[in-house]
Write a protein that binds this ligand. Structure first.
Ligand code: IPM
Ligand code: MG
Length: 358
């Protein structure tokens, strides 16, 4: 029997609650399938670790997880630790050295969930956003001098390399090709940002030649926000820079009904390093410890993890179970306007897995 080794990093806030739920669901799925199992190694890295040790994760942290088959990640961020420390100290400290350059964010209006868009009932909104995950506005290049003086200068330089742009655009074309509509939208801001964004457009046109079966178009990011709201059905696969896609993916999650549902995968497509799977929502300290966090984003990202591990049938079974549960409004957590608890949603998904005979 195949045994997958998963590094579980629940992190902060509700990250701990949703990862615990996700592990239960994955174990139930493995039990139902019988062909594979999981062994989870737990890492207590995050803001509590930072308060005790002065770092978000130990110096050899990456060494300890680099031979795992995947990383299952909760959330980082704490009210009393600056966000740039938690982010760069843990999440980006894993994503960047592990070259997880493709951040994949599926968005769909699941059964039983109401989109804030009046005219959208489901199938019209079925997107995958591919976010460049290693450079651009998040490259970390920049600095600050003359602190506190009137002459103070601060820069965050958006780095774009031909290699980095070409590989993410190629990844997006391949993903678009694998989806039924074979439709890709390349998002830039090449009217205002006349160097790197023009290079994006050029590289997109070059890569497109290898994908004659994929229909593609270009959008400026500002106009893209309007199109997502006004004509959601005209979009399928979307590729954008790190920051642009960060913003668009929050909009996408809101249009699909709740940030509590949205999943994300940080993929190293070459598989030289483990990939990392997490819900998009953050640590949500306002509801931490109340047992009402929505675990659906964490379950959906587990589907992405199963697909990455080469278990598409198990991924499909888990997605069916999740959709059966979202279809029932009595199983909606408060972020969806319901009263269900994390426990109830988790139990219902496990029951749906066990009752699934497809
Ligand atoms: C996301 C988040 C992060 C990001 C935050 C927590 C830094 O918004 O995953 O989209 O900007 O990458
Ligand atoms: Mg974001």
């Amino acid at each position: 029997m195949k045994q997958y080794r998963i590094a579980a990093i629940p992190g902060d806030g509700i990250g701990k609650e949703v990862i615990a739920a996700g592990i239960e669901v994955l174990n139930a799925l493995a039990g139902r399938n019988g062909q594979f199992g999981f062994s989870f190694d737990h890492f207590d890295w995050g803001s509590d670790y930072y308060k005790a040790h002065g770092v978000m994760m130990p110096e050899d942290g990456r060494e300890r997880i680099r031979d795992h088959d995947a990383i299952y990640f909760g959330a980082v961020g704490a009210p009393d630790v600056p966000d740039h420390i938690t982010l760069w100290g843990l999440r980006l400290a894993i994503c960047q050295p592990f070259d997880q350059y493709a951040n994949v964010r599926p968005t769909r209006v699941l059964p039983g969930i109401t989109s804030p868009l009046r005219h959208v009932s489901g199938p019209e909104l079925d997107w995958v956003i591919v976010r460049e995950n290693s450079e651009g506005e998040y490259s970390g290049v920049g600095g600050r001098v003359h602190r506190g003086l009137p002459e103070e200068v601060a820069t965050d330089v958006s780095m774009m390399t031909r290699t980095g742009v070409a590989r993410i655009i190629r990844y997006a074309f391949e993903l678009a090709r694998a989806r039924p509509r074979k439709l890709l939208t390349v998002v830039t801001k090449s009217n205002a940002q006349r160097h790197a964004m023009v290079m994006w457009d050029e590289i997109a046109a070059e890569v497109a030649r290898d994908f004659p079966d994929v229909t593609w178009d270009k959008m400026l990011v500002d106009a893209m926000t309007m199109r997502m709201v006004m004509k959601p059905g005209s979009l399928d696969t979307i590729v954008a820079t790190n920051l642009h896609a960060d913003i668009l993916s929050d909009l996408a999650a809101a249009l699909a009904g709740s940030l509590g549902i949205a999943p994300t995968a940080n993929i190293n497509p070459e598989r030289r390093f483990p990939s990392m799977f997490e819900p998009i929502h953050g640590s949500a300290f306002d509801i931490t410890g109340k047992g009402i966090a929505n675990p659906v984003g964490t379950f959906w990202t587990a589907c992405q993890m199963l697909e990455h591990l080469g278990e598409p049938a198990a991924a499909a079974r888990l997605m069916r179970a999740v959709e059966r549960v979202t279809a029932d409004p009595t199983l909606h957590t408060p972020d969806l306007g319901g009263q269900a608890t994390t426990r109830q949603v988790t139990d219902a998904v496990i029951a749906a897995i066990q009752g699934d005979n497809e």
